[in-house]
Design a binder for this molecule. Structure first.
Ligand SMILES: [Zn+2]
Length: 476
């Protein structure tokens, strides 16, 4: 490897809220990250919907929103039967099917791991471009190590495994200095679920992140490339306190439906498939025996009543259905409904938001042919960051459910069957769950808006060509 090349080290602080990171920086707990931010910036950007680990890695590793590359959620139902297998045709990245995520992705857009001349990915859920030893934390051996800590909810066991991954990544930095390295710290998210996003355990796990930066800096300094090391930090989603858990699958069973939902996925002739992930969002697939996706106008006669029943539950905040491949109707229990339309153009797509019976996303205005930057700005002051662009991307996507739900504050949509109790949740479109911190160690010429901006900015930073058709924009 050429000694002159730059190395971008991207750290993913899984599920870390901007305010939690900011407080730790200000308290002097993270001196190495603070020094990096002082040279560049500490800011907040929006993630994607659903705001959940796995899908929410696509923006910063691919520059694309997740549904557009085939990841509509942490769990999804394969209506087309092209990827998930008989008999359930359901996909869940919670557990062994995580190994299938890279192949579930659209094969055309490349990851930054593939575009860089050499890469390493530590513990990332999406790792296409880093195989075998270059993807520590992934594979059967690592899965065997993680099995007991996962199912026993042993978070300190998780932390020890994470440190083994850290050692592998550092070893690669030392031996063959890749052009791009990403290290994902998953423990902050696990501590946040168990003890709350503001808990001392989350703060302690951030010190592991800072220690990692210190060690990477030492390696670079020792080998004389400290000026070629760039360290950025991003999170995939935020976190919000949750005290109410609605077992949505049971609610639909009580309404007389045959429901396929994890872990009860061996159901004969289901009429509804429910895929909750996060757990504050859900995809609801109707008449899943049909292999092609129907649009809402052909479903509404039979299913509007279920839509209304779900929307009336205190656990549900927003419900979105797709009228066609570019128009979404989004409804709120008390604030009425609006339509979002995406217009695909040769150069730049545009988005419109028209209030029909109310203003579910609380924009206060209609939007007409707004650019992605204008649409982002229109949502910036609401409780639903980037909601217009995000809903237009995910709801009509090929693998999405016919009804998409975002949970109400204080609620999530699964009750039983979680290995660790959830005191904090994510997945929904709400600000607390959508906004994430970003640290960069050199000034930006543009304004970072979304996690999807990280990937093209990283390519520019490394002197690599930015592919066409990305959802993110470089801030460099
Ligand atoms: Zn989580």
């Amino acid at each position: 490897m050429n000694a002159a090349h730059d190395t971008l080290l991207l750290i993913v602080a899984d599920g870390v809220r901007p305010d939690v990171l900011k407080a730790a920086l200000q308290a002097g707990e993270l001196p190495h990250l603070a020094a990096r931010a002082a040279r560049g910036a500490f800011t907040e950007v929006s993630s994607c919907f659903p705001s959940v680990t796995g899908p929410a890695y696509a923006p910063f590793l691919m520059g694309k929103f997740p549904a557009s590359v085939g990841l509509p959620g942490l769990r999804w139902y394969d209506r087309s039967r092209s990827r998930a297998s008989w008999p359930s045709y359901a996909r869940s990245y919670v557990g062994p099917e995580i190994r299938l995520l890279d192949d579930d992705l659209d094969h055309v857009p490349q990851t930054i791991l593939e575009l860089a001349t050499s890469s390493i990915a530590g513990s990332t859920l999406l790792g296409r471009g880093a195989r075998g030893a270059r993807h520590p934390g992934r594979g059967w051996i690592w899965a065997a190590r993680a099995f007991l800590p996962h199912f026993q909810g042993n978070l300190d066991g998780w932390r020890r495994i994470e440190q083994l991954v850290v050692d592998r990544v550092l070893r690669h930095l030392q031996r063959d200095r890749p052009q791009f390295a990403v290290m994902s710290f998953l423990t902050p998210d696990k501590y946040a679920h168990a003890f709350g996003a503001q808990s001392s355990s989350v703060r302690r796990s951030l010190r592991d992140v800072d220690d990692f930066v210190a060690e990477a800096e030492q390696i670079a300094k020792r080998d004389g490339w400290e000026n070629k090391l760039h360290v950025w930090l991003v999170a995939d989603h935020g976190h919000a306190d949750v005290s109410n858990h609605d077992e949505l699958a049971d609610a639909m069973r009580d309404a007389g439906h045959r429901v396929l939902a994890h872990p009860r996925i061996w159901v004969r002739n289901p009429d509804v498939a429910l895929m909750v992930g996060g757990n504050a969002m859900a995809h609801v697939y109707l008449e899943p025996k049909h292999r092609t996706r129907p649009w809402w106008p052909t479903l509404s006669d039979r299913w509007e009543s279920l839509h209304d029943l779900l929307l009336a539950r205190p656990s549900v905040d927003l419900a979105a259905v797709s009228l066609n491949d570019h128009t979404v109707r989004v409804s709120h229990q008390t604030r009425g409904c609006a339509t979002i339309t995406r217009t695909r153009n040769a150069l730049h797509d545009t988005w419109s938001y028209v209030r029909v019976t109310g203003d579910p996303l609380e924009l206060g205005i209609d939007l007409h042919n707004a650019t992605s930057v204008q649409a982002h700005a229109a949502c910036a002051a609401t409780d639903y960051p980037d909601s217009v662009v995000q809903l237009a991307d995910v709801a009509p996507s090929a693998r999405a459910g016919d009804i998409m739900l975002s949970a109400a504050p204080g609620w999530d949509l699964r009750d039983k069957y979680e290995p660790t109790p959830h005191r904090s949740t994510h997945g929904a479109l709400h600000r607390d769950q959508m906004m994430v911190p970003l640290i960069i160690d050199a000034p930006a010429t543009g304004t970072p808006l979304r996690t999807a901006d990280v990937m093209p900015s990283g390519l520019v930073r490394l002197g690599l060509q930015v592919p066409l058709g990305l959802d993110g924009l470089s801030w460099l």
